[in-house]
Design a protein around this ligand. Sequence first.
Ligand SMILES: C[S@@+](CC[C@H](N)C(=O)[O-])C[C@H]1O[C@@H](n2cnc3c(N)ncnc32)[C@H](O)[C@@H]1O
Length: 235
Amino acid sequence: MSKVESVNKWDLNRIVFIGRTWDEYMRMFGLTKEDLVGRKILDCPAGACSFTAVSNQLGMDVTACDIAYYLPIEQLEQKGLQDIETTMSNMERADIQKNFLWDYFKSVDELKQIRTQAMNQCISDMKRNKNRYISAVLPTLPFDDKQFDLTLSANFLFLYEDKLDYEFHLQTIKELMRVTKDEVRIFPTTNFACERYKYLDKLISDIHNLGWMTEEIKVPYEFQKNTNTMLKIMR
Ligand SMILES: C[S@@+](CC[C@H](N)C(=O)[O-])C[C@H]1O[C@@H](n2cnc3c(N)ncnc32)[C@H](O)[C@@H]1O
């Protein structure tokens, strides 16, 4: 059985290959360019984000990893385009649209254009720099201890509170910390219903018991309503 076939809970049909832009990442994680320069950074899971592509063009050192990278690039590109279509037609629904603030993106059309651009940048960079895009199945990562200075994890863990259980969250955070020297940042701390992850206090207490420090930080990015906080975990 291949690695992808063996993945439980998530099969490829359930993976949405969609991604945010470099500017969204900078806001979601409260980052400045100075935070990135001279540091080895991991984006996990990175999906179809343009963060790795743009950062590396700016001379930074970013690696992306995701379960979806097991797929051939052409298949990923097709899947990404289909996923954007499906997601955007859902976004046209009034009951879904009302969960979002339309100031950063002005319309579903603009959102679609920006998501498509992010995916195209990701795919083009992947074709040129395949070694920057590593396939991995959380909660295990194919990296050395403290290989990265900073690890970013966006729109995955707590958002999927209904599909990923507490143990998965804790094991994933331990693994992200294992491969990271300084700090891990996770955005958001809420689920799809825009509610704070219900086990966040327990998780923070378990993280402290492992000897790490945490900070919940409000960031200058709120697209999904009430979704503007990241969790920072530091050694
Ligand atoms: C909603 S996307 C978020 C992508 C990106 N971080 C962003 O903010 O746009 C979630 C990603 O998690 C990946 N994923 C799901 N389960 C995974 C697992 N067990 N290990 C690694 N990646 C996984 C999916 O392939 C998908 O690209």
